[in-house]
Design a protein around this ligand. Structure first.
Ligand SMILES: C[S@@+](CC[C@H](N)C(=O)[O-])C[C@H]1O[C@@H](n2cnc3c(N)ncnc32)[C@H](O)[C@@H]1O
Length: 217
């Protein structure tokens, strides 16, 4: 998905976020498989790259792979030897993503874990794994549990990113019209109150929450 319908987003994308054949081809491939258009925009992809570069990310965890579009953007921002672990519960989607990672030459950089995000993060926590950044983009009702996991898995100075923070505008509705919106309101409220984080929401596409894990004084 691109934001190029908006002339200013189009301008930003032309300068900073041009898709190559792999990314454009992946969008076609996802459409061919009737995958929903719920992946990030190219403009967001570039923003993720800037943020990952700013914190010197080498190891990234993504919850919610779909066809691998955001994973490719992020993996391309990692230094040699970097690694991205991405989690998808639907095996057929994971397979589309694996194929795209091969076409992108990133099969040694990106590891796809098929399973429920909650199970995978619990496994990672039990192994005391550490990540420089985590991009949360799976089921919205799980965001609270994923934030708990992120606070354990992401190192001080690292990044916790949450997509769909604005719920297409419904985030300001009281009472929340759906369980997803309610979960996102609770997630955003926690980000605002959490003293271990410095957070904000950028109103790019459906909203991206950006949190830095504070370093100890
Ligand atoms: C919004 S899409 C991810 C888009 C992707 N990050 C991108 O921008 O290219 C969300 C994906 O998360 C997967 N998903 C939803 N709930 C999940 C869960 N509990 N565990 C693992 N994957 C989940 C869905 O099957 C879907 O493919």
């Amino acid at each position: 998905m691109t934001d190029q319908q908006d002339p200013l987003s189009g301008y930003v994308c032309r300068l900073f976020a041009q898709e190559d054949e792999v990314l454009a081809g992946l969008r076609d491939e996802m459409a061919r498989h009737d995958l929903p258009e719920i992946y990030i925009s190219a403009e967001q992809g570039r923003l993720l790259q800037v943020l990952l570069t700013a914190v010197g990310a080498r190891r990234v965890l993504e919850l919610g792979t779909l066809g691998g579009y955001s994973a490719i953007w992020m993996a391309r921002a990692l230094p040699p030897g970097g690694q991205l672990v991405t989690v998808e519960m639907r095996p057929e989607r994971a397979e589309i993503a694996r194929e795209a990672f091969r076409r992108a030459g990133l099969e040694d950089v990106i590891e796809v874990r098929v399973g429920r995000a909650l199970d995978v993060v619990q496994d990672l926590r039990s192994r005391r794994e550490v990540f420089d950044a985590m991009f949360i983009d799976a089921d919205k009702e799980g965001y609270g549990a994923y934030l708990d996991a992120a606070l354990a898995l992401v190192r001080p100075g690292g990044l916790i990113l949450g997509d769909n923070a604005l719920q297409h505008g419904a985030i300001v509705e009281e009472p929340a019209p759906t369980p997803s919106v309610q979960a996102m309101q609770e997630f955003n409220d926690r980000l605002a109150a959490e003293e271990r984080l410095v957070s904000t929401i950028l109103p790019i596409r459906d909203g991206l929450s950006i949190s830095i894990v504070r370093k100890a004084e």
